[in-house]
Design a protein around this ligand. Structure first.
Ligand SMILES: [Zn+2]
Length: 413
């Protein structure tokens, strides 16, 4: 078999992505498949069913991470691992995460039908709760597996309705019995949509990110004083929502004030009691700050935290701050990144060496083994929204690059 001429089946990949997109499909053309929801379960069941058609050994661990291991010629060698996540953002897109799982699945299907044996085993993975939108923080499946996060701490995380992570994992029957613990891994590849506009702007098809921006999440809780809005004079009010409004603008102005590549966002807010004629007495909102430079983010956070405390004092609204997630910027393995770019060029695609602004399970995997990612363009740079889209031929291109990167690594002794 001429390995160089091997290609994945683009139509089969498209069909699999379209089947998956039906699970949690939204009227606007996206998917709503929150971690550990019924939709997540249905998509997992389909993924496991497809794995059963392959020559892989399926394992589900205590975090609900799903692994499919395809033996190699020499199974004492550590495996090449590749995958991503099946869960989505609320009203998210049809490609985020699932492309990397279906891309790796398609690579394995292509190896199987061509009877190709590799030196090393190859493991496909679906990581639990990458998004972190139902249960914060993000990337907990890979986080616990790599030993960065504590399993029981994650089990006790609750969603907005007070449902516990572990209870929901049991409810959808995906709490496996295999201890959640990393094993020696040769390399990790994650195939993903770019989720930004750079590849499209530069007219390139394959991105090889040199790493991922650092990611800091904070949760802010404000207390105010509720009262009837009509009879209560403006003076002396303790309006938690007004305090939050001022703070949110401070976050928005932060990148301009600090300079560099910083981005800062408030994306979620809960206001209580959320009634038009009651002064808000409780507000919760989130802060997300990212940059390539970890110290820069810390300096920015210290500055905005001071603003928060001043605003809280001026408005008489006590503030409580939780540091929910801190992931340092990840620098991927240079050799592997080059392998992605070279494979892309060999297959005839225009490539780009870039940076990932989005967090991925690859940041945790990067701590335990050489890691690289493969990006394909997001149309209009849109992601985490229903209109998220990627051309089918680009999906196919990325999966071919993944296949060849996996093959090269899996044939290393
Ligand atoms: Zn993703």
């Amino acid at each position: 078999m001429d390995l160089e001429g091997l290609r994945i089946n683009g139509e089969r990949l498209r069909n699999s992505l379209e089947e998956m997109a039906k699970i949690g499909a939204t009227p606007g053309g996206g998917v709503h498949r929150l971690a550990l929801s019924d939709e997540d379960k249905t998509a997992r069941d389909l993924f496991v069913k497809w794995l059963e058609d392959l020559a892989v050994e399926i394992t589900i661990d205590e975090m609900g991470n799903i692994f499919g291991n395809r033996p190699g010629k020499n199974n004492s060698l550590s495996p090449v691992m590749s995958g991503s996540h099946i869960d989505s953002q609320p009203k998210g897109g049809r490609f985020d995460g699932i492309l990397g799982v279906m891309g790796a699945l398609e690579a394995l299907r292509s190896l199987d039908e061509n009877n190709i044996e590799t030196e090393r085993p190859i493991t496909i993975v679906d990581w639990t709760n990458e998004e972190g939108s139902r249960f914060a923080p993000a990337m907990v499946g890979s986080g616990v597996w790599t030993g960065v996060l504590d399993r029981d701490w994650v089990y006790d995380r609750t969603d907005i309705n007070g449902k516990r992570f572990e209870d929901e994992l049991i409810r959808i029957s995906y709490q496996g019995s295999t201890p959640v613990r990393k094993w020696p891994t040769h390399v990790y590849y994650e195939y993903h949509i770019e989720q930004g506009p750079i590849l499209e702007n530069e007219k390139r098809i394959i991105g090889g990110p040199k790493g991922i921006l650092c990611l800091h999440w904070y949760d802010i809780f404000l207390e105010g004083e509720a009262n009837q809005v009509g009879p209560t004079p403006m003076e002396g009010r303790h309006d938690a929502l007004c305090a939050a409004a001022e703070m949110i603008l401070k976050v928005n102005e932060l990148p301009q004030r600090m300079g560099g590549d910083l981005v800062a966002t408030v994306g979620e807010i809960q206001n209580y009691p959320n009634s038009r004629n009651i002064i808000p007495d409780k507000v919760h909102f989130t802060v997300d700050i990212r940059s390539w430079d970890d110290d820069h983010v810390m300096a920015a956070w210290e500055s905005v935290r001071e603003d928060f405390e001043n605003i809280a004092r001026q408005r008489g609204c006590p503030i409580r701050i939780e540091e929910t997630l801190r992931v340092d910027h990840a620098v991927f393995d240079e050799k592997l990144v080059n392998r992605v770019l070279t494979s892309g060029k060999k297959l005839g695609y225009l490539t780009l060496h870039m940076i990932s602004g989005a967090g991925h399970d690859a940041s945790y995997m990067n701590r335990i083994c050489p890691t690289a990612m493969i990006f394909v363009p997001s149309i209009g740079g849109r992601s985490h929204v229903e209109v998220e889209d990627t051309r089918w031929e680009d999906c196919e291109a990325g999966a071919n690059v993944l296949l060849h990167a996996i093959l090269q690594s899996a044939n290393e002794r």
